[in-house]
Write a protein that binds this ligand. Structure first.
Ligand code: FEO
Length: 445
């Protein structure tokens, strides 16, 4: 799949990277990573509201192919399926490890077994970790050490290395593809945010995930961040390809600037990440007991995204922290909340979030509620009441579905999402009798 099929501007026809596609992110450079949408906790310290990605890349030159990082072991099949779409194993000349943590090296032993001719490239601080990771029985392990300024030629293109220790482990480095001005940055500029649209201009609003990741992974090493920025800031950058989260092709420099801000002043955490080009934003928060409200939420998202000119974000409250969400909500134009009904009520994380909003102004924002239920479905009207109490507008009646949504009911969810989006853009479509909002309020348990 070429990146051009993911149109680069807001208002685009959105397509997702599904079905194991490799994605060309720059000429001769493919994303061959893996999605992990179900992850809700990373390294025991980070919550992940919609999972994460493990980004790996293949760079083709006239003298062979370089693989940059791999994925965690459980997703190795996805990695190899994508890799084999863009290169044969005997074409692999080098394997560059920007970072040896197992989320990026889980597929390495199998890759070394399948491509034994490949040279392994690591930073000068990495050998002890590599040996501990692979535990070679004969103590024989071939690798090549690189430092800042070292280069490896792939024929018509070169990989240049930047030693960036402690971002996030002592071994970490970045790799720069000079000809395409692509920076493979490892954990640096990454975030735990899983969206199959992959590119930063296509995915939901991940700015809070970016800051949150920095705060938990990079902040303890901020002097090292500043050292790394001295190497990165002078580079021409067309694209940053981090090891987690969206590929940063639209205004990549602003993520470098954000790292400079965050590493220079703690006050930067209280200042919003550059929102100068943000389109109108709809955020969908949800929780799900048995997956039905999840399916509704995804359909609501799809319906909203059918209306051009919006950025639609989807967050599972099970994997999120309230405080960063409050910042996100303050900047959003519309909010939709999906909750199952449990014991005649919406579930507690929804109320925790709604009760945290008193300190910000929501007046005039659009609100909406939806959810699956088993007996009586009180959650949706209760949430709507709360939204009105917060002075929000609720122009689209809530959507409740009994237990598992059918195909027709998921169509109704898409209509519901589209109607929210149309209310945001003041572009109501003609009613479609085949796709109408179903309110099951009249149904008794
Ligand atoms: Fe994504 Fe520090 O590993």
């Amino acid at each position: 799949m070429s990146s051009s099929c993911l149109a680069p501007k807001h208002g685009r026809a959105l397509m997702s990277v599904r079905d194991g596609d490799a994605v060309e992110i720059a000429p001769g450079v493919h994303w061959i990573g893996a999605f992990d949408p179900g992850l809700r906790n990373f390294d025991m310290i980070l919550r992940t509201a919609n999972g994460t990605t493990y980004n790996a890349y293949a760079v083709r030159g006239t003298d062979g192919v370089a693989i940059i990082d791999t994925v965690k072991a459980e997703l190795a099949d996805d990695f190899f399926a994508r890799l084999e779409q863009v290169a044969t194993l005997d074409e692999i000349r080098v394997i560059v490890l920007n970072h040896l943590e197992p989320d990026h090296t889980g597929a390495l032993p199998e890759l070394l077994r399948r491509a034994p001719q490949a040279r392994l490239i690591i930073s000068k601080r990495a050998p002890a970790m590599l040996k501990a990771l692979l535990k070679p029985t004969d103590n024989q392990l071939d690798y090549e050490l690189v430092d800042t300024g070292d280069e490896i030629s792939l024929g018509d293109r070169r990989l240049r290395f930047l030693n960036t220790p402690y971002l996030h482990w002592p071994d970490t480095q970045c790799t720069y593809l000079a000809e395409q001005q692509v920076l493979f940055s490892g954990d640096v500029f990454g975030c735990h945010y899983c969206d199959p649209r992959l590119f930063n201009d296509c995915v939901g609003d991940f700015r809070f995930s970016f800051d949150y990741y920095y705060a938990h992974i990079m902040r303890p090493f901020k002097s090292h961040v500043r050292d790394a920025l001295k190497l990165i800031e002078p580079l021409p950058l067309r694209l940053i390809a981090p090891a987690h989260g969206p590929v940063l092709r639209e205004r990549p420099r602003r993520y470098v600037t954000r790292y400079r801000e965050l590493s220079s002043s703690n006050e930067a955490f209280d200042q919003p990440f550059d929102a100068s080009d943000q389109p109108a934003s709809l955020i969908i928060f949800y929780l799900s007991a048995y997956g039905s409200t999840t399916r509704m939420a995804e359909a609501v998202q799809a319906g909203a995204e059918s209306v051009p000119g919006l950025r639609v974000s989807l967050y599972d409250l099970e994997g999120g922290e309230i405080a960063p969400f409050v910042d996100l909500i303050e900047e959003a134009d519309a909010l939709a909340f999906g909750s199952p009904t449990v014991n005649g009520d919406a579930v507690k994380p929804i109320w925790d979030l709604l009760s945290s909003l008193a300190g910000i102004s929501l007046r005039g924002k659009i609100g909406a509620a939806f959810g699956s239920y088993g007996w009586s479905g009180e959650a949706v009207p209760m949430i709507e009441d709360r939204l009105r109490g917060l002075k929000m507008r609720v122009p689209v009646p809530g959507l409740r579905l009994k237990l598992t949504p059918t195909t027709a009911e998921l169509d109704s969810c898409r209509v519901f999402g589209r109607q929210i989006a149309e209310a945001m853009t003041n572009t109501p479509s003609k009613p479609e009798t085949a796709e109408r909002v179903i309110d099951f309020a009249e149904l008794s348990p």
